[in-house]
Design a protein around this ligand. Structure first.
Ligand code: ADP
Length: 471
């Protein structure tokens, strides 16, 4: 059973259930039919006897009779004559009727089991049954009370066997029709099960193809539908998409890391070679160690940034979300960062009071640090930075503006790409991860970052956050 396919198992259990139901139905049909047939036979017996009772009339002499064509039989009785209708004698509806005297002797009519019932007492208007040679007979007696008929009994007898004939034809019909129905239903059930389960075949086929070709871009195509199998396929597709992004991010991480780490590793390597090649002066050794320290710090910073970025991008780490007092966060960060006074730049800020938001405070601090650091880094001597936080009915705006070197229009769409730098040769340039990281943080909070900038005039980076987001 274990190695059978689901559609065979479904068909098997379905057919088994159907057979049980069919057998039960046959049983019910036969027993109900039997009861109905037996009742019909008894009713028929009573009706025939009652009818024949009316057919008997007594005449004191033959002269009293007006002979008519349908009068066939005369029986002498009690000094007169009984007029008996023609069809009385016959077996009507397989019911035999006979007239008996009070002493139980047969006066007229037929009785197929007269010997066996000779001792059977007459009971007026009641159906009795008697078994003769394994066959059940119903007997119905009626006392005649009409004028001149006193002391006579009419007895009707019918065999229950005629019911058996009808019952056996019902049995035959049921035994042919019900198995046929079971076979048809089973075949139909198998075809339906095959059709219903065909999407599962498709799902496993696609999963196999993905496994073999290592192609996570493939998706299960089931067409339109909302049933359980379509939901399963959607869940699989969602999982494939998620795995694809994760693997893609991992691939990019490895390739970016090896690319970005090449320069500091080369510098460290050449400094070591330089120091070890020949004996060097104290100053030269110190200089080489300073370079190595700078480059190793850069490497460690780079690795940390890249790891954080990848975690955020793939959602691998669940960052806790809580109520954050944004006014407080912006004010304290700006007052701290304003102290650095790099390039003699003045930082001013304005934060609307009482702005709170469901967010991750650590990530938002990081985003603001990146934007303000850039404003310092790409700002001019004696320049200015303006930070502004305000709330609109449906969104929160946090902008960082500077009057620094600005960004050319064609560069503005590229600066959010990872490792993108407009001018990497700039001595104070970072590693090109700051804005892409800030952008990921904005997306995490359901927001975005917009930039407006003009070369040599300055730039404005605006973070737009929705007031409410379901994390
Ligand atoms: P980086 O580490 O190089 O600063 P970012 O991702 O933070 O990397 O920024 C990408 C590029 O965008 C920078 O190389 C710089 O050219 C440009 N940029 C970012 N912020 C500013 C700014 N406030 N003014 C001018 N240019 C900027």
């Amino acid at each position: 059973m274990k190695h059978l396919s689901i559609r065979f198992k479904i068909t098997f259990w379905f057919t088994a259930a159907l057979i049980v139901v069919s057998l039960f139905t046959i049983f019910i049909v036969l027993s109900v039919s039997d009861q109905i047939i037996q009742k019909t036979i008894r009713d028929n017996l009573i009706e025939t006897v009652e009818h024949n009772v009316d057919e008997i009339e007594f005449y004191a002499s033959l002269d009293d009779l007006s002979l008519s064509s349908d009068v066939d039989h005369f029986v002498e009785y009690d000094g007169g004559y009984l007029e008996v209708d023609d069809d009385f004698l016959d077996e009507v509806n397989q019911v035999y009727t006979a007239l008996y005297r009070a002493d139980s002797s047969l006066l007229y009519g037929e009785n197929p089991i007269s010997k066996e019932v000779s001792g059977q007492k007459f009971i007026d208007s009641q159906v009795q049954n008697i078994t003769v040679d394994g066959t059940v007979y119903y007997i119905f007696d009626r006392k005649l009370t009409a004028n001149g008929l006193d002391g006579l009994w009419m007895r009707g007898i019918v065999s229950e066997e005629q019911g058996s004939v009808q019952l056996s034809s019902i049995t035959r019909l049921s035994l042919v029709l019900l198995p046929l129905l079971v076979v048809l239903a089973s075949v139909g059930g198998y075809l339906i099960a095959r059709r219903m389960l065909s999407p599962i075949h498709k799902i496993s086929e696609t999963a196999n193809q993905i496994g073999q070709a290592n192609d996570l871009k493939k998706r299960i195509e089931l067409g339109k539908g909302t049933d359980e199998l379509h939901q399963l396929a959607d869940a699989f597709n969602h999982m494939f998409a998620k795995l694809d992004t994760t693997f893609e991010a991992e691939r990019r991480f490895i390739s970016d890391a090896s690319h970005e780490l090449r320069t500091p590793v080369t510098v460290i390597h050449s400094q070591c070679e330089f120091s070890l090649e020949h004996p060097r002066t104290q100053e030269e050794y110190e200089e080489a160690l300073w370079v190595i320290r700078r480059q190793s710090r850069k490497m460690s910073q780079l690795i940390n940034d890249m790891l954080d970025f990848t975690r955020l991008e793939t959602g691998a780490v669940k960052y806790p979300v809580e109520s954050v007092d944004l006014t407080e966060l912006v004010s304290s960060m700006c007052s701290d960062m304003a102290l650095q006074r790099a390039k003699n730049i003045t930082l001013q800020y304005e934060a609307e009071p009482g702005i709170t938001i469901e967010a991750n405070g650590e990530l938002l601090s990081r985003l603001l640090t990146n934007l303000i650091s850039n404003a310092y880094r790409y700002g001019k001597e004696d320049g200015h930075i303006w930070v502004c936080l305000k709330k609109l009915p449906d969104k929160i705006l946090l902008s960082v503006a500077d009057d620094g070197i600005g960004i050319a229009e064609e560069e503005q769409s590229k600066i959010f790409g990872r490792f993108y730098q407009v001018d990497p040769s700039r001595s104070n340039a970072g590693m090109g991860l700051g804005l892409s990281m800030a952008n990921e943080i904005a997306k995490f909070h359901g927001g975005e970052i917009q930039v407006e900038s003009a070369p040599e005039k300055g730039s404005v980076f605006t973070l737009i956050l929705p007031c409410e987001k379901n994390f």
